[in-house]
Design a binder for this molecule. Sequence first.
Ligand code: ZN
Length: 298
Amino acid sequence: MIVLNQKPFPNEHVFSWLLRNYFLSGAANFLCFQKQINIDATKLYANQVFGSSYEATIQILDNRQKLISNHTTALLWQVSVGELAHGNSPALDSFEHMNEQQFFGHDTSWHACQHCIEEDMERYGVSYWHAAHQYPSVFTCFKHLRPLLFAKEPVKNIYAEVLPQNVTTWESVAPEASQVLIGWQCYLKEVIDQCHTNISRIAQIKPKIIKYFNVDKYKQREKKLYCERLNLEFEQAMGNQLLQYLFRDYSRENSRGKTNVFSILFINHYKPNGVRNPVYWLAVAYWLKISKQLDVLS
Ligand SMILES: [Zn+2]
């Protein structure tokens, strides 16, 4: 019988907590450990939020609302799905991630901050993965205002049993944090803060965007043309540097299969429970703010 008496450290991601408990358990391997607590979690990605193994991990610990708020990145995904951390919120396994990790320009592996690692080692004798370092496209530790780092051999899945202290070579998530990228990150920070304090505003982002563009007034073929027109305008305003950081397609030499954020959000819905990364909605929200003076957060 395995006893899980270790609580998560401050802001520790629940998957990091799971991994550390395995290290302390003396179990033969990670899978054996998980079987003993009735979990089958092999996709321990930094931005995995939905799925049965995630929900099961949360269920082991007390106080679901506090856990989701402080020990996951799930609050930001409320931009895409509505409320997640309150009493009557749907379970995390009622949604499914769209397979889109390869679409982003920014690194999507596990991130850490050198100062946090040193502080954690000093205080707890071990380092751990912080939830606040894993928000997609964020490149600064907001506690220390230092660059976030990813392992040179990227740690995509901590099922491979890696804590920050095991990484030997780190690289910056945004080696050249220009004003353009800082502007984007400031916007994301504003959204993340409101995820904790003003969920009704967060839940309004998606409906406000849908209403503003009103894509459904067009027939299917016209919808496509409308999205293409919008995307051209969006690209001009956002600029190449930010687009390349957000979406990998913009760094490719040929433009086959170029990202069209509007088609992705308004037309291509293959699965009813498939959820798009909040970065898509927020990129459109940011564009509306900087180009159309429409602040969907207000
Ligand atoms: Zn830090």
